[in-house]
Design a protein around this ligand. Sequence first.
Ligand code: ATP
Ligand code: MG
Length: 343
Amino acid sequence: MVSAMHTVTLIPGDGIGPEITAAAVKVIEASGAPIQWDRHLAGMAALEKFGTPLPEETLESFRRNKVALKAPLTTPVGGGYRSVNVTLRQEFDLFANVRPAMSFEGTRARFDDVNLVTVRENTEGLYAGIEHFIKAEGKTIAAESIALVTRTGCERIVDYAFRYARQTGRKKVAIVHKANILKCTSGLFLEIGREVAKRYPDIECEDRIVDACAMQMVMDPGQFDVIVTTNLFGDILSDLASGLVGGLGLTAGANIGREAAMFEAVHGSAPDIAGKGIANPTALIMAGVMMLEHLGEQATARRIEQAVRAVIKEGKHVTPDLKPGSTCTTQEMADAIVAELQS
Ligand code: ATP
Ligand code: MG
């Protein structure tokens, strides 16, 4: 069966963005995946050309294609620009942030048995943006921030986590909370989480208190499978999980909404190494792998992942962040992955 062509909005980004985008595109094209790119600018690159970091034509492309692969963007300082990432998340209601943390053989990470996914609620909680200063006699005397947790918000994120677990053959979901202290906001999340879990009798459900969970992740991450949690806890735990497997250069993430989905590298635009051709393309390639899974191209996704794993394991063609002193470039690492794909 020949699969239909998927058109994907491609945003090459800023800093190391264009370099790792070229690498990811090369690898995805070499895999034979039926992908057609619709390239558009965002971030600094867009500001320079269109005078705005998020041009209407980029938004329009994403609205049309509903799937985007996005390299890191720099949010221009000053000028009152809102972060493009935040705008995209709100505009398309990308409520689920999904971040796999998986060990790669051949890296110098602390653990070699990590294979967990954090599913973070991306739109509410303490990051709902409802905060203000309280002033008295012209002086700020306090600051207040409100965590907004809704039944709908809890339900859709926990349901997404369980559905994701089922679809990806995972066995267990941990609902992570702090309901012993935050009895209302975290309490509601936990209560709804347990209700939703009943609809998935085939998936084991447990709940953990966030602080204990952080300790357990650091001591024995192999026990975790899928973690679902509210915005702030998910932000912290997903970075913690990236650290367990060797950091920024390797981890990809997805922002998923009812209609649209955006796939990205977890790291930033790394201006310190931009233009040097030494950025590790793995995270964006793995974002491409997640994108292919989302598009139903599971077999191609597995082939690319295996090729990336083989190249990292062999350790001959890996960028200096993975092997200090290495002179391998971004393009050379991509070429090695392509060669592995074709072998
Ligand atoms: P931004 O403001 O866009 O987030 P940043 O300076 O915070 O940029 P990050 O991308 O978050 O940079 O990276 C932090 C550190 O990790 C930097 O030293 C960077 O060089 C390194 N780094 C990030 N991504 C990669 C990568 N793909 N390959 C190699 N090193 C990377
Ligand atoms: Mg950063």
